[in-house]
Design a protein around this ligand. Structure first.
Ligand code: NOJ
Length: 592
């Protein structure tokens, strides 16, 4: 039995070094004070900027997602912008990220938070302009941080010039052929062409009005009517997107996140969705023809020096179909939503980790680990619920949550995911442990998912509330001045969660993330080696990465002893008598 050992999270910032008190009397586990020195050496090493010439940087990168409207407001209008991000680049460097993925920053009416693009070659005026974007890309790279941007190829804004031209043109015109315009069925063409269901609930067809005021053709939109779907059989559509990729690669972006990547191609006969479509033959999802598009995008990306990476947003339950997008001449990586959607349960998470690694191995692509993004309930809230899994269909107002429990689990999950092989994604604010804001007044909600469900689905605004940086009252440093309110109101309780407050607290979520990323960057095992499961008690996820590193995550509900180790590198909650408490992760160095 171990003697008392107060080892716990060891902040290893070069700026503020806080050495954990570690007992040398823990003979069973052989923990000694060298871990503090070791942790600081790692910190110093990891503080060096990554080299821009590393062509494989994306295989184990830490990628931070910036939802630009809510990150930092540089011009004081209550909306985040590029100036705000530029001012906060040192924060991201200090956090230790390798790249930033920006959600769409283009000209847009913001009917779907910017996923309704009206001009891909212009920045939304509320966010800045092209010069700001170029300066940001350059400044970030100078700090060793690459830029990934979002491209939305499935649809454009209904205000995009192509769609406006299509509306103004006659049925059957070349302008309409870039979209899915179609006559209705039934008497007077009053019935929509088919009954596909929108990803945002409701119908996927909207009827146009002709110049004389009579009803005209219908057009397809898998999301909102403000997001008409493009026809990927049309050569203009393919050409235009390759041109957009070049436009941004020429400006130095290191990668493209591809929105709704499995939806672009449709069966042009527009049949109803069969009960059991054969793989690759669903009328609007994961069609075989998609792979040809991505092969040509890969050729384009590979024609640039260094690595320009293609990251797919692909929600597919079939892991083999998912992995097909990651073949060597297609996308580099894709988001692993299966893991994110699992409940906080050792068996469920282990099953997902195994299935993920098994699916990626044959195509030699790195897995990605994602705890949340701008579409899903924040982990601190999700993991505090009785049902801690995630599904869009089951989101409801008023679901009880235990935030203390959720925070504890989110801390454990942060270390678990950072220890897994592959790329790590962090959604802005998760490093502060922000909860989902479930108390937003209904009149401020903006998300079409809320409106299209007639107010049943709370929507995604709750995970998009502007970040708290400093101070004791809203806007918490998000905007310099408090004269203008942030575009979504921040809860008063976020005073305790500001960056400023967390920097002062060595046990904060922010320090946990900073320390984890520094250790991760400094340990070659985490970059290169395979995962091997270790024998452990039921409810415990214990695995090694290489010869020197072990991760232990305890989901068992009871304290558990740690396997033999030379040092504790980091733990998500304080050990008790050398034992790991429930809902906690410890990182161990196993060899001297
Ligand atoms: C996925 C994006 O993440 C989401 O925010 C957006 O609403 C849909 N695609 C439609 O573009």
């Amino acid at each position: 039995m171990a003697t008392r050992n107060a080892a716990h999270a060891i902040p290893v910032s070069p700026r503020s070094l806080y050495l954990a008190a570690v007992s040398t009397s823990d003979l069973d586990f052989n923990v000694d004070l060298t871990l503090s020195t070791e942790a600081s050496a790692m910190a110093a090493q990891a503080a060096i900027s990554p080299s821009d010439s590393d062509a494989l940087w994306w295989r184990n990168a830490v990628i931070y997602q910036v939802y630009i409207r809510s990150f930092a407001d540089g011009d004081g209008d209550g909306t985040g912008d590029l100036a705000g991000v530029r001012a906060r680049l040192p924060y991201l460097r200090e956090l230790g990220v390798d790249a930033i993925w920006f959600t769409p920053w283009y000209a847009s009416p913001l009917a779907d938070g910017g996923y309704d693009v009206s001009d891909y070659r212009q920045i939304h005026p509320a966010f800045g302009d092209l010069d700001d974007a170029e300066a940001l890309i350059t400044e970030a790279l100078a700090l060793g941080i690459r830029t990934i941007i979002d491209v939305v190829p499935n649809h454009v804004s209904s205000e995009h010039p192509w769609f406006q031209a299509a509306l103004a043109a006659a049925p059957g015109s070349p302008e309409r052929k870039r979209f899915w315009f179609h006559p209705g069925t039934g008497p007077g063409g009053d019935e929509m062409p088919n009954h596909w269901i929108s990803n945002f609930q409701g119908d996927t067809w909207t009827r146009t009005t002709q110049p004389d005021g009579t009803p005209g053709e219908w057009y397809l939109h898998l999301f909102t009517p403000e997001q008409p779907d493009l026809n990927w059989e049309h050569p203009d559509v393919r050409r235009e997107h390759e041109d957009i990729l070049r436009f941004w690669f020429d400006r130095g972006v290191a990668g493209i996140r591809i929105d709704s990547a499995a939806l672009l191609v449709k069966d042009s006969a527009l049949p109803e969705v069969p009960e059991n479509p054969r793989p690759g033959e669903h009328p609007n999802t994961d069609r075989n023809e998609l792979h040809d598009i991505y092969r040509s995008w890969r050729r384009l990306a590979d024609s640039y020096p260094g690595s320009r990476v293609l990251v797919g947003e692909i929600w597919l339950p079939d892991t083999q179909r998912f992995a097909m997008y990651l073949r060597q001449n297609e996308l580099h990586t894709a988001f692993n939503f299966d893991f994110m959607a699992r409940r906080w349960d050792a068996g469920a998470l282990r099953e997902s980790i195994d299935a993920t690694l098994a699916a990626h191995a044959p195509v030699h692509a790195p897995a990605t680990w994602v705890l949340s993004n701008h579409d899903v309930t924040r982990p601190v809230t999700r993991y505090g619920r009785e049902d801690s899994s995630f599904a869009f269909a089951t989101k409801r107002f008023g679901t009880p949550t235990d935030l203390a429990l959720g925070t504890r689990r989110a801390r454990a999950a942060a270390l678990l995911t950072a220890a897994l092989p592959g790329t790590l994604y962090i959604y802005q604010g998760d490093e502060l442990g922000l909860p989902e804001v479930e108390t937003l007044p209904r009149e401020v909600l903006q998300d079409p998912m809320y409106f299209r469900s007639n107010g049943v689905d709370p929507g995604r605004d709750g995970c998009r509330v502007p970040l708290p940086w400093s101070g004791s009252a809203s806007p918490f440093g998000f905007s310099e001045s408090s004269a203008v309110a942030p575009w979504l109101p921040q809860p008063a309780s976020w005073a305790a969660l500001t960056v400023e407050a967390q920097e002062r607290d060595p046990s904060s979520m922010l320090w946990l993330y900073r320390n984890a990323l520094r250790i991760r960057a400094a340990l070659p095992d985490i970059a290169d080696s395979e995962l091997a499961w270790l024998e452990s008690r039921s409810g415990v996820l214990a695995f090694s990465r290489g010869d020197e590193f072990v991760n232990v995550t305890n989901l068992s509900g009871e304290h558990v002893p740690l396997p033999p180790h030379a040092a504790i590198l980091l733990s998500s909650s304080p050990l008790e008598d050398g034992w790991l408490p429930p809902d906690s992760t410890a990182w161990l160095r196993t060899q001297r």
